[in-house]
Design a protein around this ligand. Structure first.
Ligand code: SF4
Ligand code: MG
Length: 283
């Protein structure tokens, strides 16, 4: 059985020292080993952004896609080979701005893909502009007088869109993050894991210390029931989206693959790739 070290390759990440994305990478590698995967059973598909580089740093199948399009590619990979464990990853700009349409529809489609968002509330790769996750009043070179737009809440949107698995974590909490990624991989359906992953170079507001002061860990609420969608929405709103842990999981609703007629029985993975139109019609 592969250890987490076998999910490493010889490419040195070029993230800034201290970037939260290092820990997210480590958590993915640990989670993949902990659930018993071998590198050839995993595909990591990423979008554009500092975080998008992650697919190149993990020893697995990978594709560094285009901006906001990690999820269409990841879903295509999963549809083509259901035997693969598919992780999609990217940043808040990638997934919640240009890619938001894909995010919402991937959530409601409920294919068995784990989506890990490295949320640093800024555009890091392009040197620090306001993102949909930036707080109101947030000053950057794109909003020098402070952002006048409201902050997008991906957790509320995910629940409204019919998500079957919603979690949030902090890159510094490697234990919690690894455990949540394991649960996301094991979940039969789409799982969204939003990760606070500080950008130490451009975001001087949402720092490690700021997150430590503001995060509300769901462990504080032993009575919390993650199968209750209304309670989940309430808790997200009560904590202003700062809660971490498993927020919501629906273990009953079937995944896209399980519902698609003919798909389950035949499996596109077993089909020839050069199918004729006639062959397609028989699927
Ligand atoms: Fe990380 Fe920010 Fe540096 Fe990008 S610019 S690598 S997000 S610290
Ligand atoms: Mg970002």
């Amino acid at each position: 059985m592969a250890t987490f070290k076998e999910f490493r390759n010889n490419i040195k990440p070029n993230w800034c020292p201290g970037c939260g994305d290092f820990s997210v990478q480590a958590a993915i590698q640990r989670a993949a080993a902990n659930v018993g995967l071998e590198p050839e059973q995993l595909a990591v598909i990423s979008g554009i952004g500092c975080s998008g580089r992650i697919s190149g740093y993990i020893n697995a199948y990978g594709l560094h896609g285009i901006h906001g399009r990690a999820l269409p590619i990841a879903q295509g990979v999963k549809l083509a080979n259901r035997e693969l464990t598919v992780i999609a990853s990217g940043g808040d700009g990638d997934g919640f701005a240009i890619g938001m349409g894909h995010t919402v529809h991937a959530i409601r489609r409920n294919l068995d893909v784990t989506y890990i968002v490295m949320d640093n509330q800024i555009y890091g790769l392009t040197k620090g502009q306001t993102s949909p996750r930036s707080a109101e009043g947030f000053k950057t070179k794109s909003t020098p007088e402070g952002s006048i737009e409201s902050t997008l809440s991906p957790l509320e949107i995910a629940l409204s869109a019919g998500a079957t698995f919603v979690a949030q974590s902090f890159s510094s909490d490697l234990k919690q993050l690894t455990a949540l990624i394991e649960e996301g991989i094991k979940h039969k359906g789409f799982s969204l894991i939003n990760v606070f992953s500080p950008c130490v170079t451009f975001n001087k507001v949402n720092t490690y210390d700021w997150f430590k002061e503001n995060i509300v860990n769901l462990e504080q609420f032993p009575e919390y029931d993650p199968s209750n969608r209304v309670a989940a929405m309430n808790k997200i709103m009560e904590t202003h989206g700062m809660l971490t842990g498993l927020i919501y999981q629906d273990k009953v609703r079937k995944s896209y693959e399980d519902l698609a007629v003919g798909f389950k029985e035949q499996g596109l993975a077993n089909q020839k790739l050069d199918l004729s139109r006639e062959d397609f019609d028989k699927l």
